[in-house]
Design a protein around this ligand. Structure first.
Ligand SMILES: [Zn+2]
Length: 221
């Protein structure tokens, strides 16, 4: 299926994703973020392809296996390729396997950079002091990463990338009612400026990010 092997595909893809990240995030006028980018200029997360299959308990979306993971340790990225294959099979995207891999890679890449800048957004605690629940933090961080991955796919001239992006968006719409955390990315599709606003508020004033991130099923458009 691969012209080259999966490792070199991901390696090449990661460089392109990083270029796109720098282009997109140039529109984020935040001094500490810019500083972090400056310091990490040539940096790429270590990427591991894992054989593990991790079932998400009580999943509320269309797919119940973890596709990837970003770790605090080394900010490395894991790709669960068996789950990615199953995702492709389930949604008839077998011919777009590489593009789905790229979506997962972009999503996890975003998490890694995001957590370097704002580790608190990923702490596994409820934060009554900051006025935001774990569940809400999860929804915010996931929707940011998923929107980034969606934008990356959409920016690609290759039509297969756009197909995977549009499919993902259709899942957001379909599972809005279930409060699937990724579905909240629709907020950014409808209002791209909100993406930077939420990113900033989540770090500086989480309670405000919480309250300015209105999202209800009825807003599904
Ligand atoms: Zn994620």
């Amino acid at each position: 299926m691969f012209a080259c092997n999966i490792d070199s595909f991901l390696e090449n893809e990661l460089v392109k994703i990083r270029d796109y990240f720098y282009k997109m995030m140039a529109n984020f006028p935040n001094a500490s973020f810019k500083k972090m980018l400056e310091e990490r200029k040539e940096w790429l997360p270590p990427v591991y392809i894992s054989d593990e299959v991790i079932v998400i308990p009580k999943a509320n979306g269309p797919f119940d296996k973890q596709l990837g993971k970003s770790l605090k340790k080394g900010y490395s990225v894991f790709i669960y390729h068996k789950a990615v294959k199953e995702y492709c099979r389930t949604f008839h995207l077998d011919n777009e396997y590489e593009c789905v891999l790229s979506m997962v890679l972009a999503h996890e890449f975003f998490h890694s950079l995001h957590r370097i800048w704002d580790e608190r957004a990923f702490l596994q605690d409820a934060s009554p002091r900051t006025g935001i629940s774990m569940e809400r933090k999860h929804q915010l961080t996931e929707s940011l990463a998923d929107y980034f991955a969606f934008s990356w796919l959409e920016s690609n001239a290759d039509g297969d990338y756009a197909k995977v992006a549009q499919h993902r968006k259709s899942l957001w719409q379909e599972y809005t009612f279930a409060n699937w955390p990724y579905s909240a990315a629709l907020v950014f599709v409808n209002n791209p400026n909100k993406f930077f606003e939420i990113l900033e508020l989540l770090k500086l004033k989480p309670a405000m990010a919480n309250s300015s991130f209105y999202y209800r099923s009825s807003e599904n458009s």
